[in-house]
Design a protein around this ligand. Structure first.
Ligand code: 2Q2
Length: 323
């Protein structure tokens, strides 16, 4: 009997010993909407690896791709509830904080350098602060995205070709307005339901950067990739403010250091993958329609910008364009 008591005492001791050391480890869940083959997921894994290394295993991030734990809006909400901790998000944040729309205004940037200057300048800083204050999420690092292109089963070269064209947009009110204004019939659908929507003919098209067109397999259900390049944008990896603040300072600094390294990693990966993607999409049967009148799309969308953006956003937009 004595022995049994002793054994259970040891078991208990062992158990609590284990939970003490386990208590030192912070486990974070990171969710996102892209496929495991996509550069966001590769970057997320790289980030997780570096965080683990730099915190001596004290902060461990498990990454869930493919909307496994919910769509983009769910992911944001679940960080606020504390059920998850990090996600990848961008212009959809305009639902919570109006300046986030500046992440993805149609035809706002000449090229990548122009966009990078904005991201790293005052406007980028304003957006990051707003996300932190209004949404309760801290942007840790950003990823530049390839321009968004429109896919379809008949070529679309001018806004006139959009008449009656039912298409999917992400949960971004500005996208609904700009595409309606240009003549299409847009509707909001979650990314993980787009393939089926196209396959079943619920929608006739969608728009995304080439990398997501590829990783979602849209080439199986879409014949044309119309080079509209209508939106250049960037996206943030964010963590809940509370989650970040709950870390001891050295670990928080380690997370921030890992974030900057992951940002470089993402940039290199994006550059390396982008060119090959056109070939891959063509090999999978997509016809690139280069005959797109981008200027006409720009003009067709412009009135919606004036209507949709608030005064402050419109002013920042003008500042951004001229930067
Ligand atoms: O089409 C999508 O779902 C993405 O490319 C979106 O741009 C992205 O998820 C935004 O909703 C980011 O907030």
């Amino acid at each position: 009997k004595k022995c049994m008591i002793l054994t259970s005492f040891l078991l208990l001791a062992g158990c609590s010993q284990q939970s003490v050391s386990e208590n030192d480890v912070t486990h974070w869940k990171m969710t996102h909407i892209s496929d495991a083959s996509h550069l966001w997921h590769k970057t997320a894994l790289e980030f997780s690896e570096r965080v683990k290394e730099k915190t001596d295993g004290k902060v461990q991030i498990e990454v869930f791709p493919n909307s496994q734990l919910g769509n983009e809006v769910d992911s944001i909400n679940s960080i606020k509830f504390g059920a998850t901790d990090l996600t990848i998000t961008g212009e959809t944040l305009e639902v919570w904080t109006p300046n986030a729309i500046l992440l993805a205004v149609p035809y706002a940037f000449e090229d990548e350098e122009h966009m990078r200057n904005v991201i790293e300048g005052d406007i980028g800083q304003t957006i990051e602060n707003d996300i932190k204050e209004d949404v309760g999420l801290t942007p840790l690092f950003y990823m530049e995205r390839a321009p968004r292109n429109l896919t379809s089963n008949t070529p679309i070269s001018t806004p006139e070709d959009l008449r009656g064209f039912s298409m999917r947009v992400p949960n971004v009110p500005l996208f609904l307005d700009t595409w309606s204004e240009a003549g299409a019939k847009p509707q909001v659908i979650n990314l993980n339901e787009v393939f089926t929507g196209l396959q079943q003919g619920v929608i006739a098209g969608q728009e995304n950067p080439n990398d997501l067109i590829y990783s979602n397999g849209f080439y199986e259900v879409q014949d044309y990739l119309n080079v509209t390049e209508h939106v250049r944008s960037w996206i943030y990896v964010v963590v809940g403010n509370e989650q970040l603040e709950s870390l001891p300072e050295d670990q928080r600094l380690a997370v921030e250091e890992a974030a900057l390294e992951a940002q470089d990693y993402a940039r290199d990966l994006q550059e390396a993958e982008q060119e090959a993607l056109s070939d891959l999409l063509k090999e999978r049967g997509m016809t690139f329609n280069e005959d797109v009148d981008q200027q006409a799309f720009r003009e067709a969308m412009l009135p919606a910008l004036e209507e949709n953006l608030g005064d402050e956003q419109y002013e920042l937009y003008l500042e951004m364009v001229e930067q």
